[in-house]
Design a protein around this ligand. Sequence first.
Ligand SMILES: *Cc1c(COP(=O)(O)O)cnc(C)c1O
Length: 358
Amino acid sequence: MKKHNFYAGPSILPDYTIENTIEALKDFSGMGLSLMEISHRSKQFVAIVDEAVALFKELLSIPEGYSVIFLGGGASLQFCMIPYNILGKKAAYLNTGEWATKAIKEAKLFGDVEVVASGEDKNYNYIPKGYIIPADADYFHITTNNTIYGTEILKDIDSPVPLVADMSSDIFSRPVDISKYAIIYGGAQKNLAPAGVTFVIIKNDILGKVDRAIPTMLKYSTHISKESMFNTPPVVPIFAALQTLKWLKNNGGVAEMEKVNIRKADLLYGEIDRNSMFKGTIPAKEDRSRMNVCFVMNDGFEQFEKEFNDFASEKGMIGLKGHRSVGGFRASLYNALPFESAQALVKVMQDFENMKKL
Ligand SMILES: *Cc1c(COP(=O)(O)O)cnc(C)c1O
């Protein structure tokens, strides 16, 4: 039986992605060779990259003037590449959690960093609001979905300076107004593909403005001009990403994903609020992530934490243990997670409550 996979990352992928990738690992594009043993410059593989870029543009309605590139190094390398390439004097950051904190740390190596607001005072259980973005910053950096704490910025904000967003864990989960962003980036392993490839959507005209020398491999323009083929790209993850993009398109695209994601999240948050055994960790409803739903045992029931985890895993649920910074549970409801898995989790929570009442 396939498990109900609630892992936060790497995480569930569509069967379509996994099956087509297995096929290509055996025989890629009728070449009689594995995807792992062909040249990344073969016309068959170049066509994969081209199609993946085209589907990124189509599915996210990316306007003219933007490039899409695939890199190695994970989202974490972008924490340094972004300031390296676009921080002249000063950058502004919103601190909404551990990933944002790591991004801030790297940016400080390149210039002044103004943290406009931070949720650290309440263990990042809310998205700060009412902050002022300094007009003299080269850019403003946000993390749209905070995978660890379970908060999410669900609206595309208006920024007076170029907006840069880490969308590692919510890309393709809802329509995004790309024109409001200068850079959107993310590791693939939450909503797109196996680990190993990082996507960067970048507005071309924000580049070339800083004076410092930038190493060739860390320069966006290198990868843009070579169409992600400056050096050997992560071939297998890119192939898998293309399969997920096709799956997204076949399933109605990001607008349809958003509908299902809202249904899954509403169902689960509704149960957390209703069920006497559990409580949510994010008080403000508008800040609750649709991708990573965090909850803990309710007051007085803390001793049942391990028992519930065991109970759920007997029922085929995997990956529910919360991150150590929050504790309790985290159910990740990424695009590929079927609605039925969210229903199954709710049923397990209800069964557990009934069992404890007896
Ligand atoms: C997982 C994650 C990262 C780190 O990604 P790597 O590819 O492992 O470097 C960064 N930001 C967010 C929001 C994440 O969820």
